[in-house]
Design a protein. Structure first.
Ligand SMILES: Nc1ncnc2c1ncn2[C@@H]1O[C@H](COP(=O)(O)OP(=O)(O)O)[C@@H](O)[C@H]1O
Ligand SMILES: [Mg+2]
Length: 235
């Protein structure tokens, strides 16, 4: 079964013209365990598509399904369970400034407590901090860290509830190359362990080295969907 399916999905924001919706008749399916890059210029609809996939926004037309279940028909309880299947890092930094790194992750870990019973909340936080190389920064606050370190904290938080699907929106933007490659290799490792990864990016070099599925958006429309693609491949 597909992890996520979209069928004839349109999304308009209030001031979109008819010619340039944020999502335009999108039909696609992402299988469990896939690694997908979403590429396209600024305003192409990458973030919108990610939010549609997580059920965070609703389409004006069409259907979005998570493991076969239509978001529009989910009960509130199902919707909460669905949210726990995802780990997210959104484009805008989302860390709580006044909390330590540890607390930022701990609060998310608490939400997944009943789902991840194999380890305590504290153990899970320590494990993801180890995975991203941030253990020694646990007691610091985000404003004391570099952008690259903040991104790792956000990634740790996204992973702490063992998500089936990881949603990443331009996580490597504005990072220096060392940080970009560290994060990319880490994602590759996480993917090898079975996590589905859907990642919006502007990074030509990451896309070209990884050679995964590449979905290209222009004006909210999917104009390319290539297995083992390169940046700019549309067929
Ligand atoms: N919250 C919003 N309100 C109004 N318009 C939006 C909103 N989010 C995105 N848009 C518009 O939708 C289109 C797609 O945006 P977005 O999905 O953010 O693209 P990308 O992530 O590829 O830069 C753009 O024209 C953008 O201006
Ligand atoms: Mg975006």
């Amino acid at each position: 079964m597909a992890a996520i399916e979209l069928e004839n999905v349109d999304k308009f924001y209030r001031w979109d013209t008819r010619r340039q919706p944020a999502a335009n008749n999108i039909t696609l399916s992402v299988g469990q365990g896939e690694f997908v890059f979403l590429i396209g210029g600024s305003g192409a609809g990458k973030s919108t598509l990610l939010h549609l996939m997580t059920g965070g926004i609703r389409p004006e037309r069409g259907t979005v399904r998570l493991y076969g279940q239509d978001y529009a028909k989910m009960s509130e309880k199902r919707r909460q369970a669905a949210a726990l299947m995802f780990g997210y890092v959104w484009q805008e930094p989302q860390l709580m400034k006044r909390r330590t790194v540890f607390e930022n992750i701990y609060l998310t870990a608490l939400v997944g407590e009943h789902k991840c019973r194999n380890a305590t909340v504290r153990e899970r936080v320590q494990k993801v901090l180890g995975l991203t190389g941030m253990t020694q920064y646990a007691a610091m606050r985000p404003e004391e860290l570099s952008l690259g370190q903040c991104r790792r904290v956000e990634l740790s938080r996204a992973l702490v509830n063992n998500p089936s699907i990881l949603i990443l929106d331009e996580i490597t933007s504005n990072l220096d190359p060392d940080n970009v490659w560290d994060i990319t290799f880490l994602l590759d490792e996480i993917h090898r362990q079975g996590t589905t990864i859907i990642m919006a990016t502007h990074s030509r070099s990451i896309v070209n080295i990884m050679r995964r599925r590449v979905i290209t958006l222009v004006n909210g429309e999917v104009i390319g969907d290539v297995r083992r693609g390169r940046y700019g491949d549309i067929v």
